[in-house]
Design a protein around this ligand. Structure first.
Ligand SMILES: Cc1cc2nc3c(=O)[nH]c(=O)nc-3n(C[C@H](O)[C@H](O)[C@H](O)COP(=O)(O)OP(=O)(O)OC[C@H]3O[C@@H](n4cnc5c(N)ncnc54)[C@H](O)[C@@H]3O)c2cc1C
Length: 317
């Protein structure tokens, strides 16, 4: 089923979450076993992130450096199939502009359609690590909006290089990313919202937000999104803080602020166990407030570790 249909038909707030493919060489079974307890809360859909190639430099005996392209977390499409088979949930693969030509995107969408995926989250992706700026592939997409357009064309049966013939019409429901604290490259929120609207005008049917820790930022964002003329569902993304390193890494990686009240508590923490004692109740309180405000669904960033999300869901859903 489509995410939009789940939302329309929901009689209570929906629980959903995101997982990462395991590192190359690790077992998928461990990941699936790990998230199995979360199925108690009936997630209608589970997102699977996509990780583009990274470049590493291999030193040869003659001293020359070879630039090698490697994917640390391959397997997004296979995991989607495994999730659907094992848990009978809808899997939502993330699809990137970065690293894909339009032909590769088309082929990926054909594969996804054939395995029964009905929803995709269309994203631009970031530059590979060690490369400062996002650069599309030759004959790839510059922005997520263009990727949404390609999916929308396939939903009308229009494939690349087949301009006159109408082929099989896919029926993907397309989600896109939104940023309550603004995307880091956007010079202003107004600019970011203009391009968010372009994604929706191109066919995106729902928005999932970047994580945030201050609900008032989310509520202000929803207001601005609506004022910009965007009326599709907005699914808030929440992440429980569970480690000392995340106190530094989350704000710098995702360009977001911790509210003062939260930071005051986190500053007192001496180890990961203490961080969890702050991070999990914080996410519970955020979730309860969002539900009280009538949001249709909450999406949890699990980083493939289910225990914190389980504790939250047990209190909230
Ligand atoms: C819910 C969620 C899931 C994610 N999952 C993944 C994942 O699985 N894998 C991964 O690698 N990354 C993922 N990301 C990160 C995402 O790829 C990055 O944040 C990326 O930098 C932007 O992607 P986007 O789709 O928002 O880009 P876009 O919507 O293309 O926007 C990128 C920037 O360009 C600006 N912009 C857009 N269109 C134009 C235009 N026409 N002209 C000028 N400026 C424009 C926007 O304002 C924004 O600043 C995820 C992010 C979120 C919020």
């Amino acid at each position: 089923m489509k995410i939009t249909e789940y939302i329309q038909q929901a009689t209570k707030p929906l629980f959903s979450f995101e997982i990462l493919p395991p590192l190359k060489g690790q077992s998928l079974n461990n990941l699936l076993e790990g998230i199995a307890p979360l199925m108690e809360f009936n997630p209608p859909f589970v997102d699977v992130t996509y990780h583009r190639e990274e470049f590493i430099y291999k030193k040869h005996p003659n001293g020359l450096l070879e630039k090698v392209s490697t994917k640390k977390r391959p397997g997004t499409v296979g995991i989607c199939a495994a999730l659907m088979n094992r848990f009978h949930v809808d899997a939502v693969p993330h699809l990137l502009c970065g690293g894909f030509t339009k032909e590769e995107t088309e082929n990926a969408l054909i594969d996804l359609n054939f395995i029964g995926v009905q929803n995709v989250l269309a994203l631009r992706g970031d530059a590979p690590k060690m490369e400062g700026k996002f650069v599309p592939e030759v004959n790839g997409h510059n922005y997520a909006c263009e990727l949404v357009e390609q999916i929308t064309r396939m939903n009308k049966g229009k494939y690349l290089h087949e301009e006159t013939e109408i082929g099989f019409q896919t029926d993907f429901c397309v989600g896109v990313a939104g940023y309550p604290e603004k995307h880091f490259e956007a010079p202003s929120m107004k600019f970011d919202l203009k391009h968010l609207k372009a994604k929706v005008d191109a066919g995106a049917e729902y928005i999932v937000t970047q994580m945030f820790f201050d609900n008032s930022r989310f509520f202000e964002y929803v207001k601005k999104v609506r004022e910009a003329g965007i009326d599709v569902p907005i699914i808030p993304g929440l992440k429980p803080i569970t480690t000392l390193s995340q106190i530094v890494n989350l704000p710098s990686t995702f360009f977001l602020d911790f509210p003062d009240d939260l930071m005051d508590e986190l500053e007192k923490c001496k180890d990961n166990a203490a961080v969890k004692e702050v991070g999990i109740p914080w996410a519970i309180q955020q979730s309860k407030e969002l539900i009280a405000a009538g949001i249709p669904c909450i999406h949890y960033y699990t980083m493939s570790k289910a225990d914190a999300t389980y504790k939250i869901a047990k209190e909230v859903f």
